[in-house]
Design a protein around this ligand. Structure first.
Ligand SMILES: [Zn+2]
Ligand SMILES: [Zn+2]
Length: 346
């Protein structure tokens, strides 16, 4: 088969590789029908994720068709159309039993395209198939559910649920990339009063409006703290989500939150940020962090199949799977191509 293989920082190839086999009775083999590229893949290619080693097939978001299962797999079988989640779960450990699949103690968590070969390939082995694959409801297209593999549950669980968005809340989302946009889309499920998207890129802010933001602040030309205060009687937002992952944006979030409010950090940080306790101690705020568990995936699948969520608006570019090298170039150059998500279909 062909696969997108990592060969160290800055080096990837679409190359031939042997087909995956069932290594454990809990494995399934999935033919990849539709996949996408993630910001995490770009981090890996920059060398930011040293646990990814030479020879690893990248990718952790896909929709495919089951072509084989190990003897212990009960819930999916040959021919089933499935969503491959970015998080694998043993289903048996203490964390999995609490629905915290990201912290699985038996070799689950984020492993696809990280510690085991991923899904940017013609075929993939999916460990713990019973707890890591979700049957796609009839009549739903691959693209309608593809983003439920990672960005939708991330924005929803780590942004909206951790931030406990409530009816009437002002919700500020700092960073209108794929995950910030996913938070904007799913925050609407809770009837907030106003969603404010904050980013430095005008085209991303425009997309944020299309996906449900009520107001936007371009922090390359406007002071976001000042602007948000104007909108909220000088108080700030009840819920502020950090969806960038740098110290400046985290610190901005703690400036934007109103007394009694919540800061939900979604961004992946590589450097320490300053926590200004000298001003925050008196504000009664809550700060949360998290890695997506994908425990909300069944709920999100139901919302898609019942027509309450349409994530296809994240797609900006479409390619054939074998054009993946070009797709990487387009996705990595988002400042010029305005790419949010690229869809690769086999
Ligand atoms: Zn991803
Ligand atoms: Zn587990």
């Amino acid at each position: 088969m062909q696969a997108l293989v990592f060969h160290g920082p800055g080096d990837k190839k679409w190359e031939s590789k042997s087909d995956p086999n069932i290594d454990n009775p809990t494995d399934a083999i999935v033919k990849i029908d539709t996949t996408t590229i993630c910001g995490t893949d770009l981090h890996i290619l920059k060398g930011d994720v040293p646990t990814v080693t030479d020879g690893r097939t990248l990718g952790h978001e896909a929709v495919g068709t089951v072509v084989g299962t190990g003897a212990a797999v009960m819930s999916v079988g040959e021919g089933d159309k499935v969503l491959v989640s970015c998080i694998s779960a043993c289903g048996r450990c203490g964390y999995c039993k609490r629905g915290m699949y990201s912290q699985c103690l038996n070799g689950g968590g984020w492993i696809l395209g990280h510690l085991v070969d991923g899904v940017q390939a013609e075929y993939a082995r999916v460990p713990f198939a019973d707890n890591s694959l979700y049957k796609v409801p009839e009549g739903i297209s691959d693209e309608q559910v593809l983003y439920l593999a990672h960005i939708l549950p991330t924005g929803f669980e780590i942004g909206v649920l951790n931030g406990t968005v409530k009816p009437g809340d002002t919700v500020a989302v700092v960073g209108a990339g794929p995950v910030g946009l996913a938070a904007i889309m799913t925050a609407q499920l809770y009837g907030p009063g106003r969603i404010v998207a904050i980013d430095m890129d005008g085209s991303r802010l425009e997309r944020a409006r299309q996906l449900g933001a009520d107001a936007t602040i371009n922090n390359s030309s406007e002071d976001p703290a000042e602007k948000l205060k104007e909108m909220t009687d000088g108080l700030g937002a009840e819920v502020v989500m950090e969806a960038v992952g740098i110290p400046a944006t985290f610190e901005l979030c703690t400036e934007l939150v109103c007394p009694g409010g919540r800061v939900a950090n979604i961004g992946v940080h590589g450097e320490p940020a300053t926590l200004h306790l000298e001003t925050l101690w008196i504000k009664s705020i809550t700060i949360t962090t998290g890695l997506v568990d994908t425990s909300s995936t069944p709920t999100l699948l139901r919302l898609v199949s019942e027509g309450h969520l349409d994530p296809t608006g994240f797609t900006t570019h479409r390619f054939e799977l074998n054009e993946i090298m070009e797709a990487y170039d387009v996705f990595a150059d988002a400042a010029h191509t305005n790419a949010i998500k690229v869809v690769l279909s086999s």
